[in-house]
Design a protein around this ligand. Structure first.
Ligand SMILES: Cc1cc2nc3c(=O)[nH]c(=O)nc-3n(C[C@H](O)[C@H](O)[C@H](O)COP(=O)(O)OP(=O)(O)OC[C@H]3O[C@@H](n4cnc5c(N)ncnc54)[C@H](O)[C@@H]3O)c2cc1C
Length: 446
């Protein structure tokens, strides 16, 4: 969007009421933000989490996923945990609600199907019990900085605008909203090339037994047949998961790009609006094609459309360290790692098929603490899909379990930094000790 297209107006200076002065402010209540807030509060800080939606979960609940990925390492045909801590705790809580189905393994990837509706209520209880003060329907609109420190953030709420004055901030907004509004450095994917977004949806009335007995290459071939017959499907390799709710399947099938196949800039409000509309059109198209061509889908219909387009990648923060493609593919295990992953590079910035680049069997990499520290500030940490990473490395590190491991580390570090308030650059061995003591994994478990 060209801001100057219709001229300018002068916005009057205004005085804001101070809403809160928390030790730690977490901006964004997605996978990373929930973990960051829980971890920070359990370390003893007074923690506030602001979220622009009316519920927690971020992509987990507003977009919805077929399965939680990244929690395991694949080795010799089997899997073993590579993320523990708060991610494992969330899965256990969902299990108690009957909101988790058995883990599905497909070659070198896996997913844990979950019920996104159950997750919303679970998240409310989880964060509240952990001592987090949650403020929903609160959009961070402005950030004030001096001497490398964020001094306050402005939030838009139903009661108008107000200021929050935290000691430390964790930016888990997915789009690096705090760093962007504070004037910190970031890149938009790889010079504007980002992973394409998808509109997710669930269909009810699916004969799951029939559908899930069909080998995946055959499903791909049926969709390829539809494409050959003139159905304008942007993608023929799709991910379909059974949902814990009987007769419901989750479809990750759509792919939204510019007309020439290039990446949209989803920080541009007009492109974002168009993408939302295109995503919904594509969901209707895939639902019809599924009904007409996929075994078990004959009577199926869309029962839930992700409330928002699923955005895989926008701004990637410039951190003290940056996770790179060689770090991932060469399985680099830095001594200062605070999370680890064996997830492949999952490239959706393509046309047609998703390109998977797995690590060697049994291999994994570590994410160093510096990838969570915004270089431009002394009191800002980041976690989740806007970490400091290159476009390729983020295509591996952005899955849910890994985002939660990063969030847990960032939240723990945020509280640790309160005792030496000059910088969030805490002593990493001490941080690692705390993470391990709370069940986080810094290498795959036996
Ligand atoms: C289409 C799609 C399919 C995927 N499939 C899978 C999968 O199958 N399995 C898997 O594990 N992962 C999958 N992923 C990846 C994964 O879901 C996400 O990368 C991860 O959930 C991101 O978590 P996050 O907390 O970093 O960010 P988000 O989930 O984006 O959370 C950010 C939160 O910040 C809030 N926020 C943003 N700006 C502001 C603001 N200014 N003020 C207040 N709040 C704000 C948002 O509302 C949101 O709740 C998929 C992603 C997409 C998009």
């Amino acid at each position: 969007m060209t801001a100057s297209q219709h001229g300018y107006v002068e916005a009057p200076a205004r005085t804001l009421a101070v809403l809160a002065r928390p030790d730690v402010l977490v901006v964004g209540g997605g996978a990373a933000g929930m973990a960051a807030a829980c971890a920070a509060a359990r370390e003893g800080a007074e923690v506030m989490l602001v979220e622009r939606q009316g519920y927690l979960g971020g992509t987990l609940t507003s977009v919805t996923l077929g399965g939680l990925c990244g929690g395991y390492l694949h080795q010799g045909g089997g899997i073993r945990p590579i993320v523990g801590g708060l991610y494992a705790e969330m899965v256990d809580r969902l299990k108690l609600l009957g909101a988790i189905s058995p883990t599905r393994v497909f070659g070198f990837v896996h997913g844990v199907p979950y019920d996104p509706e159950a997750l919303r209520g679970m998240a409310d209880a989880w964060l509240t019990e952990s001592g987090v003060k949650v403020l929903l329907h609160a959009f961070v609109t402005e950030v004030s900085v001096s001497e490398r420190r964020v001094r306050w953030v402005e939030v838009e709420t139903r009661a108008g605008r107000a200021a929050i004055l935290p000691t430390t901030i964790v930016d888990t907004s997915g789009d690096a909203e705090v760093v962007f509004r504070a004037g910190g450095r970031f890149s938009l994917g790889d010079k504007g090339r980002t992973q394409h977004p998808s509109q997710m949806f669930r269909m009810s009335g699916v004969d799951c037994e029939t559908f899930f007995s069909v080998p995946r290459p055959q499903v791909d071939a049926l969709l390829q047949g539809a494409l050959n017959d003139g159905e304008p499907l942007p993608r023929t390799s799709v991910a379909v998961y059974p949902n814990p709710v009987a007769g419901v399947a989750h479809l990750n099938a759509t792919r939204v790009t510019r007309a020439d196949g290039s990446s949209l800039n989803l920080t541009d409000p007009w492109e974002l609006t168009q993408a939302e509309m295109t995503g919904r059109q594509q969901a209707s198209l895939y639902a019809r094609v599924a009904r007409e061509r996929l075994p078990g889908f004959g009577e199926a219909r869309i029962v839930a459309l992700g409330a928002s387009l699923g955005i895989r990648e926008t701004r990637l923060v410039q951190g003290d360290q940056t996770l790179t493609e060689p770090d991932v593919m060469q399985a680099h295990k830095p001594a200062d790692r605070i999370a680890c992953s064996g997830w492949p590079i999952e490239d959706h910035a393509t046309q047609g098929r998703t390109v998977w680049r797995p690590l060697p069997d049994g291999e994994w990499y570590g994410i160093p603490f510096g990838c969570l520290v915004s270089s431009d500030f002394d009191n800002v940490l980041v976690a989740g899909r806007c970490l400091s990473a290159t476009h390729e490395a983020q295509a591996s590190a952005r899955v849910v379990a890994t985002c939660m491991a990063m969030g847990e580390a960032a939240g723990t570090a945020a509280t640790m930094s309160l005792s030496s308030p000059t910088s969030v650059r805490v002593d990493v061995p001490a941080l690692q000790q705390k993470l391990l003591a709370h069940g986080a994994l810094l290498e795959p478990s036996a």
